[in-house]
Design a protein around this ligand. Structure first.
Ligand code: HEC
Length: 350
């Protein structure tokens, strides 16, 4: 811009008027630190010197207060116990064991972390005290205190560092840190899988602290694990009997609780996937009360489940129902527990 500049030609630069309007104010990233700027014989009372990093008296100046680097999102949890505890609520966006993510996480882990934590996560890396190095107290990721450590806390400790462990906020981006956390959880899941014979998915849920989700309670009934989820490829094998343990009725009633819908809707899907299979819905009671009324109640309960599936559009050709009363117990009728087991709706594959 030639604002305020006149007669420039040849070797003559011309005159400048109002140069501060023509040129923006320069902000020197590297500038003499205050101590070298002040003449030797002048004492100053400046105390907030910029950091004096360089031997030639130059210092990197701090960014203006409140500036956020481009593309950087500030991390909001504070570097104290409150912030640490709150960080546990963060969910790893890369937590589900994606192979590409784990490969990247592993690479970064081996570069930045293995020197202390060891390639296998057992501790004892090349610069740890276990290996004659200076860094002590490196944990084993498979110990009780760490195996289910919330991923958010791991991220938090990588962000701020913890005791002998430094911060990785400047070496690894936020995404990269989450990928490293995913890799640690992968190592932990494999450890649990080997040790406890769980599937990888189950083990991963366990180490990510998702193994025991809040129970679902509907109508006062707690929905438990479903036998229908354990069928091999969703196949109904002729002759097998499956306990529909999430079909619920109130005491003495044959009205289905709406808590049963989850189980019966699952069954609907399975029946549609096995169109040539015929099934019987079998009702059973405990031994309390008269056998004849038990038989009647069990029959009406089996019919209620049958009707539900008919209304969902399952063909009557595929379905029958039958009440057995108290004639086919699976447990003793002397204890409350035994009785609860005997009161059940079963699926018999014909
Ligand atoms: C210089 C050695 C060293 C390096 C390198 C190192 N750590 Fe650590 N790490 C430690 C020590 C020591 C502790 C125990 C801190 C404590 O609880 O006092 C620790 C603790 C941890 C914890 C548990 C944190 C908590 O909240 O208790 C995690 C997770 C962890 N490190 C992950 C990493 C990851 C990921 C890297 C690489 C990006 C890494 N560490 C690099 C030494 C190191």
């Amino acid at each position: 811009m030639w604002f305020g500049k006149c007669q420039a030609d040849g070797n003559w630069t011309g005159r400048e008027y109002m140069p501060d309007m023509a040129h923006s104010q320069a902000y020197e990233a590297y500038t003499a630190s205050p101590s070298t700027r002040a003449p030797k014989n002048v004492t100053t009372n400046i105390t907030n010197y910029d950091t004096e990093l360089f031997s030639n008296g130059m210092a990197a100046r701090l960014p203006v207060a409140g500036t956020v680097a481009r593309g950087n999102q500030p991390y909001l949890y504070s570097d104290d116990t409150t912030g640490y505890n709150r960080s546990a609520a963060m969910v790893n966006p890369f937590g589900n064991g994606n192979k590409q993510v784990l490969a990247e996480g592993k690479e970064m882990y081996n570069v930045y972390c293995a020197v202390c934590h060891g390639e296998k996560g057992l501790g004892g890396g090349s610069i740890s005290t276990m290996n004659g190095g200076p860094f002590g107290g490196v944990p084993n990721y498979f110990g009780a205190a760490y195996i289910q450590m919330p991923e958010g806390k791991m991220f938090h400790s990588m962000h701020y560092g913890k005791n002998d462990m430094g911060s990785y906020a400047s070496q690894l981006t936020k995404e990269e840190r989450w990928k490293v956390v995913a890799y640690i959880k992968d190592m932990q899941a494999k450890n649990v899988q080997d040790g406890q014979g769980k599937s990888y998915e189950e083990a991963l849920r366990y180490v990510r602290n998702q193994a025991n989700p809040e129970p679902i309670i509907i109508d006062g009934f707690t929905i438990g694990e479903s036998e229908l989820d354990k069928l091999n490829d969703g196949k109904l094998v002729s002759g097998s009997i499956i306990n529909l343990n999430n079909v619920f009725f109130s005491s003495g009633s044959a009205n289905l609780s709406k808590a049963s819908n989850i189980e019966l809707d699952k069954l609907e899907t399975i029946l549609r996937a096995n169109p040539d299979t015929k099934v019987e819905l079998s009702g059973h009671t405990d031994s309390d009360g008269k056998p004849s009324s038990n038989l009647d109640l069990s029959n009406r309960r089996a019919k209620a489940a049958y009707n539900y599936l008919l209304l969902k559009g399952i063909s009557a050709a595929q379905l029958t129902f039958k009440g057995y009363g108290d004639t086919s117990p699976v447990a003793d009728n002397d204890s409350a527990e035994g009785k609860a087991k005997n009161r059940r709706t079963e699926l018999k594959v014909l």
